[in-house]
Design a protein around this ligand. Sequence first.
Ligand SMILES: NC(=O)c1ccc[n+]([C@@H]2O[C@H](COP(=O)([O-])OP(=O)(O)OC[C@H]3O[C@@H](n4cnc5c(N)ncnc54)[C@H](OP(=O)(O)O)[C@@H]3O)[C@@H](O)[C@H]2O)c1
Length: 219
Amino acid sequence: MALAEAGHQVWASARSNAKLETLAHQASATSGTIHPHACDVTSPESVLQCVKAMNQTWGGVDVVIPNAGIGYFNPLQEAQLDEWHSMIEVNIQGVLSTLHAALPSLLQNKGHVINIGSLAARHVYPNSGVYCATKHAVLALSESLRVEFREDLAVTTINPGSVNTPFIETTTNEELLTNYRPQFQAGMEAEYVAEAVLFAVESRGRGVVSEMTLRPDRR
Ligand SMILES: NC(=O)c1ccc[n+]([C@@H]2O[C@H](COP(=O)([O-])OP(=O)(O)OC[C@H]3O[C@@H](n4cnc5c(N)ncnc54)[C@H](OP(=O)(O)O)[C@@H]3O)[C@@H](O)[C@H]2O)c1
């Protein structure tokens, strides 16, 4: 929404069409646009069709923000293999599918990739080892894009600490969910992260924000 309010044209994707339609409706009161397009990043075909539709509608893309990410918190000893695989599917493979589909247009337009990392991209915490591994991978991927496409692509990684979103609610370990929920509820507002993304987008021409770390206020 921050991008639409600043006048940008946003192609928004997630699995839930209803949530996207609500966003698009809210954006109609702004100077920008949000175009909703349902997509599941665990399906490379779904991602490819989404990017194709965007290219056909708008003729290309300037900025890609692969934001979809999930976290299941659990001690390694109690881990569910399907939860590990889901995090890898969304947080790594989803980012890869998105970049693979968007890179030709991004490179043509000397565009910008804004990956969403986490404090878990730089640190490893108990009960979230595989999530931390996926976010370390996102950061490594950002760096590889930065060094390989130095002339043709800007690359930013935003690393937030706790943000007050429903993110923690996917955790199936009831005890950890109860323990962690207050920390996320006391976290930063999503709008603060969105403003950081907007700052990175609008910095082009003056410099490139390679990495930005955001931590909640300690009140
Ligand atoms: N919340 C935090 O404390 C925090 C901290 C650091 C980093 N992050 C990172 O920030 C990003 C956003 O997380 P959030 O806090 O906004 O969590 P969230 O509220 O749970 O939102 C996750 C978003 O990803 C979408 N999504 C999930 N699976 C998807 C899939 N298979 N295909 C397409 N879209 C999918 C969801 O929409 P649908 O369900 O409709 O698909 C939703 O829009 C993630 O990468 C997360 O790792 C979060």
